[in-house]
Design a protein around this ligand. Structure first.
Ligand SMILES: Cc1ncc(COP(=O)(O)O)c(C=O)c1O
Length: 430
């Protein structure tokens, strides 16, 4: 059955959406051809569309739902919470409890500012680093996505220029030029840039695992070198753990790779599926955030008690059940099914996995930076994605996103997904 036959009701909603929303979606990555399906509800590992289709979900809202959809404990906590109102614009106990939990679980964190999105978290972290160091330039890495604000919507400049260039119309050039862009995992290029601009650079921001190019792990020396070149200098290392936080383990990438960050940005899992973000770090830096300090950061919905409650319930389940080995095992099963499937068919390609996130890349032997991801066969990925969808398996519709596992994925889900992988790969060779 073709896509349009399976999702006819979704098409009608999408046509309405296109009339009133740019591109018919609320965020660009949700758009794919011919149109996105429309979800009515979700439970555990499954999405139920308004067309009556059921899909096993490995996109999981792009990462937050590590316990799967509508986990009973999270639902119950939120249900109780909303009965007492949604937001008050004053101090609430859940936000304090969530901040305490972050301090408890995440290394090198003494204070937390809860915000609403990962975008706000990185925007605020960069402002804080600039204010603390008195330096405006930052270094980011190609392919790392830190949200949709001007300082980070920047790509490598052309030619000899090491200064960044706007990656979206509307980003002012002078703002983009404050951001220096280096290739991910390229220690030499980073060292050259940091030495050249030395005292102008106030922050280095990185996704410890490049999750916005699928799944690209850091080389062992890469994160250590970033740390080294921030140590003993007026320069802060910011780990954007919006994806990796509570995904690689309770302590995130800092704990996983044994590298300390100066500031940590959190989001996604922290809100248990509700909107949230957080800027976190030691007292020495966080004390500069308003109203304690002068670095302005504010938000009507900051510390929303419903998001905080969902996040806290999620972290409590993770702490109690410590499901990380089980999550990694499940991911390894699917990653192996992909790698074996490629090999059995003589297809060139590679699979990268870190704990419970992974991605397959067609037509390339190995992927260790953004350039390698760009060189992959994206038409093959698109066809593979469509093949999986037709077998009832949903992964993000882009090779620049990752597959995520949740505790809700069952043995039956994994078996069905292994079959779907076989069938989708057969179509590629067929
Ligand atoms: C690593 C990373 N940082 C920041 C963000 C931005 O977070 P948000 O979409 O909540 O603004 C994202 C979003 O996908 C992300 O993956």
């Amino acid at each position: 059955m073709g896509y349009e036959d399976r999702f006819p009701a979704s098409k009608e909603v999408f046509e309405r959406a296109e009339r009133v929303m740019p591109g018919g979606v609320s965020s660009p990555v949700r758009r794919f051809d011919p149109y996105p399906f429309c979800v009515e509800r979700a439970e555990g590992s499954r999405l139920y569309t308004i067309d009556g289709q059921v899909l096993i979900d490995y996109c999981l809202a792009f990462g937050p739902l590590i316990l799967g959809h509508a986990h009973p404990e999270v639902v119950e906590a939120v249900r109780e919470r909303v009965a007492d109102g949604f937001h008050y614009g004053t101090l609430t106990e859940p936000e304090v409890a969530l901040a305490e939990k972050v301090v408890d679980l995440v290394p090198n964190v003494e204070k937390v500012r809860l915000v609403n999105t990962g975008t706000e978290a990185t925007m605020s972290a960069i402002r804080l680093a600039r204010a603390y160091t008195g330096r405006d330039r930052i270094i980011k890495f190609e392919g790392c996505y830190h949200g949709a604000h001007d300082a980070v919507l920047v790509k490598a400049g052309s030619g000899a220029s090491e200064l960044g260039a706007p990656d979206s119309p509307g980003v002012p050039e002078p703002v983009a030029e404050c951001t220096l862009v280096c290739p991910f995992n390229d220690v030499e290029a980073f060292v050259e840039t940091v030495e050249r601009f030395d005292e102008e650079v106030g922050a280095v921001i990185v996704e410890p695992v490049l999750g916005n190019a699928g799944c690209v792990p850091p080389d062992p020396e890469f994160l250590k070198t970033l740390r080294e070149y921030c140590d003993g200098t007026e320069r802060l290392l910011i780990f954007d753990e919006v994806i990796t936080g509570f995904r690689l383990g309770l302590g995130g990438a800092q704990e996983y790779y044994g590298v300390d960050a100066d500031l940590v940005c959190l989001g996604k899992i922290l809100g248990g599926g509700l909107p949230i973000g957080a800027l976190a770090g030691p007292e020495e830096y966080m004390t500069h955030v308003a109203p304690e300090g002068k670095v302005y950061q504010a938000g009507t919905f900051n510390g929303n008690p419903v998001s905080a409650t969902a996040g806290l319930a999620t972290l409590e389940v993770l702490e109690r059940e410590k499901p990380y080995d089980e999550l990694a095992d499940k991911a390894e099963r699917l990653a192996s099914a992909l790698a074996d499937g490629l090999e059995d068919r003589g297809l060139e390609g590679t699979v990268n996995r870190v704990e419970s996130m992974f991605q397959v890349y067609f037509g390339v032997e190995r992927v260790r930076d953004y350039g390698d991801v760009n060189a992959a066969d994206h038409d093959a990925f698109k066809a593979f994605h469509r093949g999986l969808l037709e077998e009832g398996v949903w992964i993000a519709a882009s090779n620049y996103e990752a597959w995520f596992l949740s505790t809700a994925h069952t043995e039956e889900d994994l078996e069905r997904t292994e079959e779907a992988i076989e069938s989708a790969l057969d179509r590629l060779t067929g």
